[in-house]
Ligand binder design. Structure first.
Ligand code: ADP
Ligand code: MG
Length: 419
């Protein structure tokens, strides 16, 4: 078996990428979840659960009335869902189902769990629709570039090693048989589901909360989110989420967007990267070149009812760059929002479907949200308005694109380092 697998056995923490979106739209008290034994005691919403998982964080916020006992049960329940996903799809634990699949002999069909088959099938659909921009067979390249479980030095790999690995890559090397719930590898690729598993896990937590009859919640798993119901039912206030300024070390919202029964995932090149000689290498690999993506698109956010699809599509759009991303968004009816670097500015470009879904009013609100950074500092939830209040600021001039696309620009707080 490959060397990488050996290294996996020494893998430390499960780790599926980092938050790229500043989440949350809560103001007001957050209830503590510990130290109470009166299980019937009602808790005052919002009830928020927080913790670490997959090398990132989770936040689950519930607005439904809950007792202390119910809240503890819910927490145990959704944590079990997260654990299940980790067991199935982590490349950072040697006992996961995915690692077993990666170690199985080539060509032989492997019976797999419904869950793994579902995620493999979603991955292959997005791979096809994105013409291979999203490609779960990039695992060895991800590792080669030091972003995988095998702890490699942060350096640029040699051309010949890259070429050798790249020759194997291609999503046709994995076949998924959804009828018989089995899959196989036909070439020696390392399947990496990190670009979709976090979104899938978010879906699982949401499905669990739905089953438990919870109606108003926000799940944030490392920046991949699902909102359901309302932030404040009485006031009819939706959840609001922030799309992060695409700059490392910043936790400010570039845009604040109301979300109702919808999910969003964001991919970006500004968080998970290393630098050599001033050049930035991010963890999103272009499967056409075997190298980290290098263009001016700093982040891509995709809104989709399923967060697994959103997650995979966000990566695909980041790979291909602005023009092709918009083309793909149109072809696949994606609600996409891109932040594009332009000198010390970021330009925001939204797909037609985004504008159709969120409406012209939000187009204006997005302008409103593009305030000079100085007005947004000091809080991880900048601009989070009080329930019912209008979003802050005043519109900056925008330049509408044809086909009702949205395109606006704002001065950056500081120059953004290019790639
Ligand atoms: P982001 O939020 O930036 O998309 P994710 O953790 O969701 O981050 O996905 C990035 C991960 O996906 C990488 O760390 C890598 O494991 C994997 N990956 C990198 N490039 C691709 C690609 N072109 N297609 C599919 N998966 C990829
Ligand atoms: Mg992602």
């Amino acid at each position: 078996m490959k060397k990488m697998i050996g290294k996996l056995r020494h893998g430390r923490t499960a780790r599926w990428g980092r938050a790229l979106v500043v989440m949350g739209s809560l103001v007001g008290a957050v209830m503590g979840m510990t130290g109470c034994s009166e299980s019937d005691r009602p808790l005052e919403p919002p009830v928020r659960f927080e913790g670490d998982i997959f090398g990132t964080f989770y936040q689950v916020t519930i607005m439904d009335p809950l007792t202390q006992g119910e809240s503890l049960d819910l927490e145990a329940g959704f944590k079990a869902e997260l654990e299940d996903v980790d067991q199935a799809m982590s490349t950072y634990r040697d006992d996961s189902e995915l690692i077993a699949f990666n170690e199985a002999p080539l060509e032989e069909w492997q019976p797999l769990s419904n869950e793994l088959i579902e995620v493999l099938a979603i991955s292959q659909s997005v791979a096809e629709a994105s013409h291979g921009a999203f490609d779960i067979t990039v695992g060895d390249l991800v590792n080669l570039w030091s972003f995988g479980p095998g702890a490699r030095p942060e350096e640029v790999p040699a051309d010949d090693v890259l070429a050798e690995q790249l020759a194997q890559v291609g999503f046709d090397a994995v076949e998924v048989d959804t009828q018989n719930m089995q899959a196989r590898r036909t070439r020696d690729v390392f399947v990496d589901l990190s670009g979709v598993a976090k979104g899938h896990a978010t879906d699982r937590v949401a499905a669990y909360l739905d089953q438990q009859g919870i109606e108003h919640y926000l799940v944030n798993l490392g920046g991949d989110l699902i909102a359901r119901g309302l932030r404040d039912e009485e006031e009819q206030t939706p959840w609001r989420i922030g799309i992060e300024v695409p700059e490392d070390g910043q936790q400010r919202a570039q845009h604040i967007i109301p979300l109702e029964s919808m999910s969003v995932a964001t991919s970006g090149d500004y968080r998970h990267y290393f630098e050599v000689d001033g050049k930035r290498f991010s963890h999103t690999i272009d499967p056409r070149t075997g190298r980290p993506v290098t263009h001016q698109v700093a982040s891509t956010s995709v809104f989709h009812p399923s967060n697994a699809w959103a997650d995979a599509w966000a990566t695909a759009l980041l790979v291909v760059g602005e023009q092709d991303a918009m083309q793909m968004a149109i072809e696949n009816n994606l609600k996409a929002l891109l932040l594009v670097r332009e000198g010390d500015h970021w330009r925001s470009v939204a797909s037609p479907e985004f504008v159709n879904y969120f409406g012209e009013a939000l187009v204006e609100e997005l302008g409103i949200d593009q305030l000079p950074g100085s007005q947004l500092t000091g809080s991880p939830l900048p601009g989070s308005p009080l329930p019912g209040s209008p979003l802050p600021g005043s519109p900056l001039p925008g330049s509408p694109l044809p086909a009702s696309s949205l395109q606006t620009s704002m001065p950056g707080e500081q120059p953004v380092t290019g790639e």
